[in-house]
Design a protein around this ligand. Structure first.
Ligand SMILES: Nc1ncnc2c1ncn2[C@@H]1O[C@H](COP(=O)(O)OP(=O)(O)OP(=O)(O)O)[C@@H](O)[C@H]1O
Ligand SMILES: [Mg+2]
Length: 235
């Protein structure tokens, strides 16, 4: 299995957020993670990325146990996270933010080439390489978060609400970008409240509810997706 999560428990002091999440992700798919606000989706990403230590359970990436590794070691194994809410180095330029995304890599020439490829996906950023990130528009900052996460050359990309607050036109652009990233061979887990975007892209849909994965549905099976939606929307 590409990514396998087994009986994951994560707490914030006395608050139990994840209460035994188990999940298998296959290589190559776009997996959409749904769940109400506060259900623990971002917490799950943080546990996969090694930013949070699970209280219990295991995470395997390509058959290697990663849940005891440090965050940077997990990036090196090939997992990158584009976090929620435009987390950038806002005093740095676009170019410098992209460099930060590659900070664990030493293959200078390849980094350059990858940056060129990534800029092809984000033409708006190419024109702004020297601009201080804090001066970018909200939409451009969202794009830069995704672009930066690609600079570590991930095999698995965790996207936490990449379309949050974007205009409909930009949401469509982000959808195309995600499709393109996936077609280049990168497996994706996407947290998305925008159902049209999320379900439009999903090969698999997972619903996080009451601290566990309550539903897993194939993205192409509309009856299952309708079921997932119903659970998600509580109707
Ligand atoms: N650092 C923290 N300390 C204490 N509680 C936290 C912390 N981070 C998150 N929580 C709590 O854990 C729960 C899950 O939060 P999380 O951010 O994972 O939810 P989410 O599913 O990503 O929600 P949203 O859709 O609103 O982004 C929430 O009740 C939140 O208040
Ligand atoms: Mg969240």
């Amino acid at each position: 299995m590409f990514l396998s999560i087994k009986n994951l428990h994560v707490n914030y002091e006395s608050l139990e957020v994840l209460k035994g999440v188990s999940l298998d992700i296959e290589k190559g798919d776009i997996n959409v993670l749904l769940g109400a606000n506060g259900s623990g989706k971002s917490t799950m990403f943080k546990a996969i990325s090694g930013i949070l230590r699970p209280a219990k359970g295991e995470i395997f990436f390509q058959d290697t146990k990663i849940n005891k590794l440090q965050a940077h070691a997990i990036v090196k194994k090939g997992i990158a996270q584009a976090p929620e809410g435009k987390r950038l180095f806002i005093d740095m330029t676009v170019e410098e933010n992209l460099e930060m995304g590659a900070y664990l890599r030493t293959d200078k020439r390849e980094i350059e080439a990858d940056r060129e490829d990534i800029m092809d996906r984000f033409p708006v950023l190419r024109k702004k390489l020297k601009v201080i990130s804090g001066n970018l528009s909200g939409g451009e900052q969202q794009m830069l978060v995704i672009a930066r996460s690609l600079m570590s050359k991930p095999q698995l990309l965790l996207l936490d609400e990449p379309a949050q607050g974007l205009s409909p036109v930009l949401v469509d652009e982000v959808a195309d970008i995600i499709t393109g990233i996936n077609q280049s061979g990168i497996t994706i887990i996407l947290i998305e409240h925008n159902l049209r975007l999320g379900l439009g892209l999903a090969h698999w849909v997972f619903v996080l509810e009451s601290g566990v994965i309550a539903t897993k549905a194939k993205g192409t099976d509309m009856s299952e997706v309708e079921y997932a939606k119903k659970i998600y929307l509580g109707g």
